[in-house]
Each structure stands twice: as structure tokens, then as C-alpha cells.
Design a protein around this ligand. Structure first.
Ligand code: GRF
Length: 198
């Protein structure tokens, strides 16, 4: 399966997919897209010899025009699956109607959606948080859940220590899910996603 991965930052989830992409994995990263220049995620792609593209919202009249342009950039690589891994923009209809998109989120959705999930969970005082891999719909972190795993909050955690503990789990879960989707396919009925041939 052909993967296009979308990033906005350090790209350690992307790196996990790049490292996993052996022939038996069943998926290869064919391109990496970002909403901004100069991020480590793009450097990781370049080091791996993977083509990259950047589509900045600020370069367009509005979100719909950006969404259209991003969909075009993604389509050029003919992906079977798009993986949003730390991509910090809400994807619009043109992208979502054109490709299946999987996202990884550093909280147990529906708890703590949005861009500050780890900070919000810490502030709330939860003892257990985690990560969620889900299909993307037009909402913010509202798509059908594919997989989740719990991560304990420890005394003295700050946002960074907790997020890194979550990311350690997240990278493994994302690779596992993307590999299975690539090898086995998936079906969606309502809010239930089943991996494996229908
Ligand atoms: C991940 O925890 C992702 O869930 C969140 O931002 C982080 C991105 O990390 N949206 P990286 O860029 O993959 O290292």
C-alpha cells in the first residue's frame, strides 16, 4: 500500500512508519506533506529519500482553496491511505472525500480532543490517559476509533514527560494499525471500524 504521511512537527510517528516499511510490512511511505517549512518531519523524509511537499494555509485565499491544493498535492502520489501524524490542521472535504485518512491523537478520545490533549489531560488530573488511532472525518478528532491504548500518568509528570510516554505507545500502535490496514484492509459500518477483509 502507498502511504502519504502528513506532519507539522518533529515527525517521530513518521519516522516509526519509515523504519517499519520493510517488504513484509505491506506499506511504503511514498511522500510526506506538511503545512509549514523547516520542520524536522520534512528533514526525516529527505534523509529517507522520500519526496516532500508543503502546502501553507497562508498561501491561499481561504481554507477551501488550501484544502483543494492539498488534495491535489496528495493525489499526485496516488496513495491508498493518508496518515495524519502530528498534522496540526483540520482537513477539509476535498481531502477527506478523496482519500481514507487515519490520525493518531495523544489522548483517549472522546476525552481531550484538539491541539492540547496532553496539557488538558494533565490539567484535568486524570490518572490514566493514552492514545487513539482513528479514521478522520470532518470534525476535530471525532472520527471512528480504530485502536486505543492506555498510558499511566505518573507523579511529577509535566506535559513533556507525559507526551513522550504517550508517543512511545503511539508510535507502536500507529505502525501496527497502518500495517494491518495495508495488509488486511478494513471495513467501516457506522462508528465501527473492522480490520480485515469484509
Ligand atoms: C503526536 O503525539 C500526535 O498524536 C500529536 O502530535 C504529536 C506529533 O508527534 N498530534 P511527532 O511529530 O510524530 O513526533
Amino acid at each position: 500500500a502507498r502511504l502519504v504521511v502528513l506532519v507539522s512537527g518533529s515527525g517521530t510517528n513518521l519516522q516509526a512508519l519509515l523504519d517499519a516499511a520493510t517488504p513484509s510490512f505491506g506499506a511504503v511511505v511514498v511522500a510526506v506533506g506538511a503545512d509549514r517549512d523547516g520542520i524536522e518531519g520534512l528533514a526525516r523524509a529527505e534523509r529517507a529519500g522520500v519526496p516532500t511537499f508543503v502546502e501553507r494555509v497562508a498561501d491561499h485565499a481561504g481554507r477551501d482553496e488550501w484544502d483543494e491544493a492539498l488534495a491535489g498535492k496528495i493525489a499526485a502520489y496516488k496513495p491508498d491511505l493518508v496518515v495524519s501524524a502530528g498534522f496540526m490542521k483540520i482537513l477539509g472535504h476535498r481531502v477527506l472525500d478523496s482519500f481514507p485518512v487515519v490520525n493518531t491523537h495523544p489522548a483517549l478520545l472522546p476525552s481531550f480532543p484538539g491541539a492540547h490533549a496532553v496539557r488538558d489531560a494533565l490539567a484535568y488530573g486524570v490518572r490514566v490517559t493514552g492514545c487513539t488511532v482513528h479514521l478522520v472525518d470532518t470534525g476535530v478528532d471525532t472520527g471512528p476509533v480504530i485502536a486505543q491504548e492506555a498510558v499511566p500518568v505518573r507523579e511529577g509528570d509535566d506535559e513533556e514527560t507525559l507526551h513522550e510516554r504517550i508517543k512511545t505507545v503511539e508510535r507502536r500502535l500507529l505502525v501496527e494499525v497502518v500495517g494491518r490496514m495495508a495488509r488486511e484492509g478494513w471495513t467501516v459500518s457506522g462508528r465501527r471500524v473492522r480490520l480485515g477483509r469484509a
